[in-house]
Design a protein around this ligand. Sequence first.
Ligand SMILES: Cc1cc2nc3c(=O)[nH]c(=O)nc-3n(C[C@H](O)[C@H](O)[C@H](O)COP(=O)(O)OP(=O)(O)OC[C@H]3O[C@@H](n4cnc5c(N)ncnc54)[C@H](O)[C@@H]3O)c2cc1C
Length: 370
Amino acid sequence: MSEVTQDFIVIGAGIIGLATAVRLLTEGATVTILEKNKVGQESSWAGGGILSPLCPWDYPDAVTRLTDYSAAMFPAWVAELCEATGIDAEYEASGMLVLPPYHAEAAHKWRISHAAEVEQNAFSECFSRNKQNIPLHFNVENALFLPHIAQVRNPRLLYALHKLAVQLGGRIIEHCEVYEIITQHNRLDVLATSCGKYRADHFVITAGAWSKQVLGKHAFSLDIKPMRGQMLLYKFAEPPLRSILLQRDVYLIPRRDGYLLAGSTMEDVGFNKQVTLAAREYLSERAQGLLPQLKNMPLINHWAGLRPASPQNIPTIGRHPLLNNLFINSGHFRYGVTMAPGSVRILLNEIMGRPQPFDIGPYQQGWGDY
Ligand SMILES: Cc1cc2nc3c(=O)[nH]c(=O)nc-3n(C[C@H](O)[C@H](O)[C@H](O)COP(=O)(O)OP(=O)(O)OC[C@H]3O[C@@H](n4cnc5c(N)ncnc54)[C@H](O)[C@@H]3O)c2cc1C
């Protein structure tokens, strides 16, 4: 049994677990993070770092309210992390160009209801360095440019959070897998893990796609499952695009130093993180359709991650319905990077009994009947 007395144990060191731990540490709590592999190597590393739903009008308010709230925190959050750790997560308000086909009527309603800034005929925003690269078959008239959409370099964000958690005195135990939660009365009493038993006053499950497994029979109807996403990486001498480019399910994300990501697939294949030739061919063909220059570019890397999929992309954030000292922050599905600081703020409000910025009911309905 771990004899160290601690206020919180956080289970899982992806972006949600690290951001949760850092906020708890900042508030003065003692925190241990248990991670079954290495810190920040799963979905949070694999993602693209776009700070918005791909087509925001396709999602319910419970998603866009949280993504809007959370995305607005990023400039200050990334700057604070950079000041504290020296690691720049490269927040960039690069904007996103959405090419047709998309749901034009829903997009129009969303623009009005969200007073969202949208520009039409904005191809130059995306291609201005390389206008000759605009493919001739593009439907320029009906493209939408969303200038407020930003991106971060998620692996760097994870390094910064990891470093800050350590600086703030957090204890991080890697290669420590939680097998079982053992309860007594209405409390989580002990965690059985691959490196012994652990006790704490409070526990937070941030195990991404594995959260339901960690909860075992205490998951009730919580519907969180893995959804594989594959991604390709290319490298240019300088960025071939100025903004993110999206058409249907495929997007290109230009990084400052010329790296370009092309993603992503949505595959319901269980806990299988293997990459496939079919996905590589599909993504590279679609990416070349968006940016013909890619035909001459070698593929630098190809990887897969397991998103924590939840119904309608609505995460579960807050206290367990029966176990008073157990909290969850999971199920962020396609937008866990975007939702990270906002979800953590909501969770901390819940733990500390502070007012919430809006109705958080939708994030507490995932447990179903119990
Ligand atoms: C291809 C792809 C593209 C994406 N693009 C974007 C994007 O552009 N923008 C965006 O906002 N989001 C994006 N996402 C989604 C985003 O990455 C996820 O929603 C987010 O990373 C989830 O974070 P997490 O911390 O909950 O999960 P994870 O990062 O998966 O972390 C969970 C951690 O828990 C650990 N763990 C699991 N079980 C146990 C256990 N029993 N004991 C101890 N530790 C355990 C795991 O090892 C892991 O480290 C993308 C995802 C993918 C795969």
